[in-house]
Design a binder for this molecule. Structure first.
Ligand code: CA
Ligand code: ZN
Length: 293
């Protein structure tokens, strides 16, 4: 299996990045990823400093998807995720949605053992590793990996995990897929500015999706999840609702009013994250009802 080393770190999603590897449709491959601090925080004595900004949120890639053309939809199946045996969190006064409540700056190292994140002697949490940043190159000017958008990237959506499929737009030939920023555990919102940040490797398979799905979108065994990012949550809400409605009318042939009623009855409007340069929301539709429309 092809393995793309995390030495191929990039800090912007950009059509100008030379491909780190070429991958064929249907081929399985592994991408190694570094943590969002570029491995600079290894003990509780290491803290995040402004000097580190240029190398924050490294992603590995980009992967040139052979045969992907502008206008296609790239289907990215997340077949498996493995992480190293520890995660790190750094909180700082003024940073994130809880910045007012944080004193000073503090790094904690959290061991990962037997599928649990060890938070303290008394509290451990089940690991459900998610991919914070996954995206394709946008058309035109590059975008820093820390900023989410219609091309994906730092969506920090916790449903982007092993077993899920992510659909992304192909804006330039070869799509130029890149990903990184694994979180062993994260809640909706990522409110203190980070999840349980870790490094690892992700096994993937890519192909071209034929359904005219609104992107970025995530599908798992139980849900279709539509994602949108904007400066204000009010705008994120409009984007994700429009995408979900378009999916129901375009892909499932529902009438506009029927689609709206169904969204109101079974949809779940939630926040992915409120701490990145743009905020991200998601709208989840349970597939068990979609099969019957
Ligand atoms: Ca992130
Ligand atoms: Zn992260």
């Amino acid at each position: 299996m092809k393995r793309i080393s995390k030495k191929h770190a990039i800090y912007a999603m950009s059509a100008a990045n030379p491909p780190a590897a070429h991958v064929a449709m249907g081929e399985r491959f592994v991408i190694e990823t570094e943590d969002c601090y570029s491995a600079r925080l290894k003990t509780k004595k290491d803290v995040f400093t402004k000097k580190m900004w240029p190398t924050v949120n490294p992603v590995t890639g980009p992967i040139f998807a052979e045969g992907a053309r502008a206008g296609d939809i790239l289907k990215v199946e997340i077949l498996g995720i493995r992480t190293r045996d520890w995660a790190v969190m750094c909180v700082e006064h003024g940073a994130g949605a809880l910045g007012d409540f944080i004193r000073g700056i503090e790094t904690v190292i959290l061991p990962i053992r037997a599928g649990k994140l060890i938070v303290s002697d008394r509290l451990s949490l089940p690991v459900n590793t998610m991919i914070g940043v996954i995206g394709t190159a946008p058309k035109g000017k590059g975008v820093l990996t820390g900023t989410p958008g219609e091309h994906g990237a730092n969506m920090d959506t916790r449903e982007i995990t092993a077993g899920a499929t992510v659909y992304l737009p192909v804006n330039v030939e070869g799509a130029l897929l890149a990903l990184g920023d694994l979180h062993a555990v994260m809640g909706d919102g990522e409110v203190c500015i980070c999840g349980a940040e870790t490094a690892g490797e992700v096994t993937l398979r890519i192909s071209i999706e034929k359904r005219p799905l609104p992107t970025p979108c995530v599908e798992n065994n139980t849900e279709m999840i539509f994602i949108g990012s904007a400066r204000r949550l009010d705008d994120c809400e409009k984007i994700v609702l429009a995408k979900a409605h378009r999916y129901l009318t375009d892909c499932l042939d529902m009438k506009p009013n029927d689609a709206a009623r169904l969204m109101s009855l079974v949809g779940q409007l939630r926040v992915s994250q409120v701490v990145d340069p743009l905020k991200t929301m998601k709208f989840l539709l349970p597939k068990k009802y979609l099969a019957k429309v």
